[in-house]
Ligand binder design. Sequence first.
Ligand code: AMP
Length: 213
Amino acid sequence: MKLILLGAPGAGKGTVAKLLTKVDGSVQISTGDILRGAVTAGTDLGKEAKGFMDAGDLVPDELIMNIMGERLLEDDCKAGFLLDGFPRTIPQADALEVLLEKIGVELDMVVNLDVPRDVIYDRLTTRRTCENTDCQAIYNVKSMPSKVEGVCDKCGSATIQRADETVEAISKRLDTYDEMTAPLADYYDKKGKLFTVAATSSDKVVEEVTNNL
Ligand code: AMP
């Protein structure tokens, strides 16, 4: 399947994407994961992106399109892809359309994960992420804790609260989402691609998406 997962930070895009990869082997492509990997590796991309990310701002469109222009051409995307956290602005969506047309690929749908704001706040402030960039497993201290507090079940690395998951950074990210990314729902609705789901349970979202493909 070829999907975009749209939704505020904490709406569950990553969790839903991981579940959907198991349905048909489509790959999850998370621009946030790619950027965090670059920050940890200390690459030029990471150095350029870090300040924006820590402040809860979006990384410039040009950097993102350079990443995605290459990533979508990789072989594993032929099985399908789940875009998690991209596009996040209208210019990114326009550039994606040009890119997909060039490679002769059509999107199946844009899944809009709809979650109340108070649920999102709670999810993000209680979220912990494995600091190993090859793993980046996600836990939640309330609803899905690791077996040993602070230690990743999968790889044994430390689980941490991300710098952009402090209360100030979260408020900024949600404001940025409302201003820059939420208009994409209307953008894709006009193209007849939007599928909005109430995203309180990831399993339910996966069921609804697969039933509507
Ligand atoms: P995420 O894990 O998707 O919430 O992304 C973490 C941070 O990476 C965001 O707050 C942005 O600073 C940056 N980022 C990720 N994806 C994009 C994108 N498509 N456009 C611009 N910035 C992005």
